[in-house]
Every structure is written in structure tokens, then in C-alpha cells.
Design a protein around this ligand. Structure first.
Ligand code: ATP
Ligand code: MG
Length: 244
């Protein structure tokens, strides 16, 4: 048990979740390294959601709400850290959820599918039995996508995505939205809307934004998207790291 009074309590709780998930067998070996990298960036951010992250989240939610077929891509880390928050967000904005694993194995896919079921979500895509297609005809696991999910999506939200895949996605003409604590990663650099924040904070925050924006005029959402400049916003996000 981690005592609540511990100065690094929240960070240690997240670490515990990753360790537990690793033991349960649905994370790749490199998952802990990816988590550690995120942890370091979050430390430098003060483990807080910044203003540029909030601005990107407004543009992201507005984009998702105006999309025909928005899909949220999930992997092992996102599942371990924020499964309920992802499901809640997907339901609020009416988006699909699809499993996408960097090191895809049937066993991991099955375990993650089961977890979502256990948490009350049974329509997950990208499962073992799903109809899998290849983005841009690249016959490689990095480019695989569910036919009714990412393959035909107009907007894809990719938390914790690897750069290879983010790059492929960005070339498909789909709108890509990423959540990545590193503003310099290829993931952040190649996406249309880059949210530099921890997935654990971003999903609940976006659910609250969605509840608000759903009641607003469509034109307001369009203006919000048009006014958003991802390059400029990423630069601001980066400055916040340097100013510590
Ligand atoms: P890229 O492949 O995009 O160039 P990378 O190779 O540096 O980036 P990976 O190891 O592929 O990164 O993926 C881990 C990424 O996920 C890191 O950029 C890290 O900052 C980020 N990350 C890890 N944990 C979290 C988290 N909880 N929330 C948001 N981002 C996270
Ligand atoms: Mg990578």
C-alpha cells in the first residue's frame, strides 16, 4: 500500500497499475519504458494539465463531435491507466473504441477485449475476429485497422501512439488527434491536434468538455476548430517545459 501522504502518491499509483497490468500479461515488454518516459515528461510539467493542453482538448472534442465516424485507438498502457475514463468518454461523444497494439499478439488482444467487457463495454473493435484491413495498403501490423473502425474513420484519437503508426495515420487524410506527454515525439509532431497531457487527466477532462460542447451551437464548434493552430500550440506546450 502506498500511503496517501507520500509526495509522489499519484505517480506511484499509476506505476502500480502498469506493474499489475504487466503481470496480467497484456502489456508488451517495452510498456514500462514507455510509461517511464511519460512519467519524466509529466514530472517536468508539474503533473498538471496546462493551458495549451486544455486548448487542444477543446479543439479535439469539437472535432470529434462534428465527425461522422470517430474512433479511439487503445493499447495496453491506456487500458491499464484509464479504461473507465476511456469508456466514459467514448460513450459521451459517441465514438468507437478499437484495440491497436504495437506488438500485437492474439493473447494480448483477447485479454484486453475481456477487460473492456468486464468494465461494461462489449462493442470493442480490432479484436481477433474483426475484419482487419491495411491503411494505405501497407501490409504491416503497424498499418492494420478494423474495417468499420479506424479504416473507415474520419477522425482518430490516438493516446500513447507510437510514432510509426501516427505517421502512417497522418498520411491517410484522416484527422488525427493524439495525447502524448512528449511534445517532441513524432506522434505529437505529425498529428493534427496534439494534446500534451497525461491520458489519466485528459480523458475525464475531455468528457467534461464534451458535456458542455454538446449543448452548444455547431458554429461555435466550427469556429473553435478553425481558430486552433496546432504548431503554435505545440510551441507553447514546449515552452512550459523549459520555464521550470
Ligand atoms: P514516437 O514513437 O512518437 O517518436 P517515442 O518512440 O519517443 O515516440 P514511444 O516509446 O513510442 O515514444 O511511446 C511512448 C510515448 O508515450 C512517449 O512519448 C511518452 O511521453 C508517452 N506517454 C507515456 N505515458 C503516457 C501517459 N500516461 N500519458 C500520455 N503520454 C504518455
Ligand atoms: Mg516510438
Amino acid at each position: 500500500m502506498i500511503p496517501k501522504s507520500h509526495p509522489r502518491y499519484e505517480s506511484l499509483v499509476l506505476r502500480d497499475k502498469i506493474v499489475k497490468a504487466q503481470k496480467e500479461g497484456y502489456l508488451a515488454e517495452s510498456a514500462m519504458i514507455a510509461h517511464g518516459r511519460g512519467e519524466a515528461f509529466d514530472y517536468l510539467l508539474g503533473e498538471k494539465t496546462t493551458f495549451p493542453a486544455k486548448r487542444a482538448m477543446y479543439a479535439a472534442v469539437a472535432t470529434i463531435l462534428l465527425s461522422e465516424n470517430p474512433v479511439i485507438s487503445v493499447n495496453g498502457n491506456t487500458t491499464a491507466l484509464a479504461i473507465d475514463e476511456v469508456i466514459q468518454f467514448a460513450k459521451t461523444v459517441n465514438a468507437k473504441i478499437e484495440i491497436n497494439l504495437f506488438y500485437r499478439t492474439d493473447e494480448r488482444v483477447e485479454k484486453i477485449t475481456e477487460l473492456y467487457k468486464k468494465h461494461g463495454y462489449s462493442q470493442i473493435l480490432g479484436t481477433k475476429d474483426d475484419d482487419i484491413k491495411y491503411l494505405k495498403s501497407i501490409k504491416n501490423e503497424r498499418a492494420s485497422a478494423s474495417k468499420t473502425g479506424i479504416y473507415s474513420a474520419d477522425t482518430v484519437l490516438v493516446p500513447l501512439e507510437d510514432g510509426d503508426r501516427a505517421e502512417i495515420l497522418s498520411k491517410t487524410g484522416k484527422k488525427t488527434i493524439t495525447i502524448d506527454l512528449n511534445p517532441l515525439s513524432r506522434t505529437s509532431q505529425t498529428s493534427d491536434i496534439s494534446i500534451v497531457d497525461n491520458v489519466v487527466r485528459a480523458f475525464p477532462f475531455m468528457t467534461e468538455i464534451a458535456k458542455d460542447l454538446k449543448t452548444q451551437d455547431k458554429q461555435l464548434l466550427i469556429n473553435m476548430i478553425n481558430d486552433f493552430d496546432n504548431r503554435k500550440n505545440l510551441k507553447e506546450a514546449l515552452k512550459l517545459f523549459k520555464n521550470k
